[in-house]
Design a protein around this ligand. Structure first.
Ligand code: S3P
Length: 438
């Protein structure tokens, strides 16, 4: 059954909160723990639909995974060659990360696999991974137009490649590196711009021979992976909605605890500060090998900016939130070089432009971005297109609106931030879930 939200001006955001675990790290922790030797304990695991789908896939592949407590998983690794054929297609749900990384790992197995996804994932491009994997020797076929499902024929010997990726994508890089674990020799990936390096960091933690620097990574084939415990920090991308909400709602003063601060993820922080946001990082520390901080954010008068091109990959998931901030800023915000947004869970340039326009904000769409004139958003009706980040970004923007903003088709918020409405309400936001017939 589908679900909508009614959101409107609440109280200033005050107090402290913690958002759930990082989605990217949670996926990778399950994947590498599954093919390591021994038992790994994952804490801070994201109990979201996407990461649970990945855990279910590994259960289908013969890996025993226990959940002794919420946000905790014990993974009984089966070793590099211990996965077993699944009896049915492997359902990655809404998760591009799940499908693309699994494509790489399963390309190196002795058995066949089929990867499927939901309606949104079934519209997302897969040639970006099937092409380099085929170059390594994988037998992998996408459906019409290079879309899911992916059919992998097992038993194909893989050979390491030097891959110059045409797209700045951590998912592509990771798919190739994970296939590289099963390949003869080294596998290397060079990126047009550096992307998140969690696969590389985690491969190292599990004992692989991996070398990396921003924009380049190399892994040696056929390592022995040793089980290790993983602590997952809070997801910066989930914190992002609260950074924007507290920035745009006058009188707000909010502390967001234990946020992952990997520099490949925090581009929005830089962009918001350029816009005049008042955000301080406190108690900067390391948790589970990742930089973490508590972020104190106070309301501020934002001004429009040209988002620097260099920040784009480091805030690739944060553009819906950035659009919401830009809608409340004084003056014009310009986004360029962000064409990848068109192939996310929805076409995020189109979805956010249409949403802002429905709330009375002047936006011009461009092929690779948009020009947003800040203003005063009013009540209206918005379609999230089943995209979790469009739903949360517009709910945040609605905190500046007198009158109801109706946000349609919000169930997929559970893919990344389960409990978003409750957490938001606990610090003053007003968001009510309703069934569409209401
Ligand atoms: C992710 C990489 C990004 C990001 C996605 C998660 C990952 O996708 O948008 O939400 O975990 O590797 P691309 O690498 O395709 O840009």
């Amino acid at each position: 059954m589908s679900l909508d939200w009614l959101a409107s001006r609440g109280a200033p955001l005050r107090g402290r909160l913690r958002v759930p675990g990082d989605k990217s790290i949670s996926h990778r922790a399950i994947m590498l723990a599954a093919i390591a030797e021994g038992t790994s304990r994952i804490t801070g695991f994201l109990e979201g639909e996407d990461t649970r789908a990945t855990a279910r896939v590994f259960a289908q592949l013969g890996v025993r995974i226990e959940a002794p407590a919420p946000s905790e998983r014990i993974v009984h690794g089966v070793g590099l060659h211990g996965l077993r054929a699944a009896a049915a297609p492997l359902d990655c749900g809404n998760a591009g990360t799940g499908m693309r990384l699994l494509a790489g790992m399963l390309a190196g197995q002795a058995f066949d696999s089929v990867l499927v996804g939901d309606e949104s994932l079934s519209r997302r491009p897969m040639r970006r991974v099937t092409e380099p994997l085929a170059r390594m020797g994988a037998r992998i076929a996408a459906g019409d137009g290079g879309l899911p499902p992916l059919r992998i024929t097992g038993g194909a010997p893989l050979t390491g490649i030097e891959y110059a990726s045409p797209v700045a994508s951590a998912q592509v890089k990771s798919a190739v590196l994970l296939a590289g674990l099963y390949a003869d020799g080294d596998t290397a990936v060079a990126e047009p711009r550096p992307t998140r390096d969690y696969t590389e960091r985690m491969l190292r933690a599990f004992g692989a021979d991996v070398r990396f620097s921003p924009g380049a990574a190399r892994v040696a084939g056929r390592p022995r992976l040793r089980a290790t415990d993983v602590h997952v920090p809070a997801d910066f991308s989930s914190a992002a909605f609260f950074l924007v909400a507290a920035s745009i709602v006058p009188g707000s003063d909010l502390l967001i605890e234990g946020v992952g601060m990997n520099p490949r993820r925090t581009g929005l922080l830089d962009a918001l500060r350029l816009m005049g946001a008042d955000i301080e990082a406190h108690a900067e520390r390391e948790e589970g090998g990742e930089p973490v901080a508590d972020l104190r954010v106070r309301a501020a008068a934002l001004r429009g900016i040209d988002v620097p091109l260099a920040l784009v990959p480091d805030m690739i998931d944060e553009f819906p939130a950035l659009f919401a901030a830009a809608a409340c800023a004084r003056g014009r915000t310009t986004v360029r070089g962000a064409e990848e947004l068109r192939v996310k869970e929805s076409d995020r340039i189109a979805a956010m432009s249409t949403a802002l326009q429905a709330l009375g904000i002047n936006v011009q769409e461009r092929d690779d971005g948009a020009v947003i004139e800040g203003g005063a958003p009013h009540a209206g009706d918005v379609d999230s297109h089943g995209d979790h980040r469009i739903a949360m970004a517009t709910a945040v923007l609605a905190q500046r609106v007198d009158g109801d903003v109706r946000i349609r088709d919000v169930e997929n918020v559970a893919t990344s931030v389960p409990g978003f409405v409750d957490v938001a309400a606990s610090v003053g936001c007003r968001i009510a879930a309703i069934t569409p017939s209401a």
